[in-house]
Design a protein around this ligand. Sequence first.
Ligand SMILES: [Zn+2]
Length: 166
Amino acid sequence: MATEPALLELACNVIGIRDVAVMGHADCKAMNLLEQDRARWHQSHLDESPLKTWLYQHAQVAVEHFEKLEKCNFNKPLKIGNIEAFIDPFNEYNDGDKLSQINTLVQMDNVLSYGHLKEDQAKIHGLWYDLHQSHVLYFSRPEKRFVVVGEANCEKIIHSCCQYDD
Ligand SMILES: [Zn+2]
C-alpha cells in the first residue's frame, strides 16, 4: 500500500483538512528527463536506471496525455477524470514544462480517485510554480487552464476556490 493515500486519509478524514494542493513546477528535472527520453523509453522502459523506471511507472499517464496533445498542437483540451484543461494555450512554456503541468493535473486526478476522499470532503487544487518568472499559477476549472495569480485576480480565485457546501 502506498503512503500517499494513507497520509491523505489522516489529513482529510481524521484531522479534517479541507484543501489539498498538488503543486508542480517549471524546469522540473524529472519531467525534463522524462520528456527528453520518452522516445527511447517506449522501446525499452525497463532499463537499468532506477530513476527512469520509477519515473516511467509514475508519470507514464502524463506522457500519454502529452503525446495526444502534441498531435493536435495543444489545441484541444486535455480530459482527465472530471478535469478539462487547455495546456499552455499561449505557448509560453517548453515541452518539459508542458509535461509538468499535465502531470500536476494527472496527480490531482489521482488524489480524487482515492475512494475514501470524497470531493465534498476536501477540495483538490492544482498549483504550478513558474520559476522562470516567479509566478504562481492556479488551475482554474472555469477557465480550464492554469492562470497566473496576481493582484487583479486573487480575490476572484480565493472566492471561487474557497466555497464549501456547508
Ligand atoms: Zn520537480
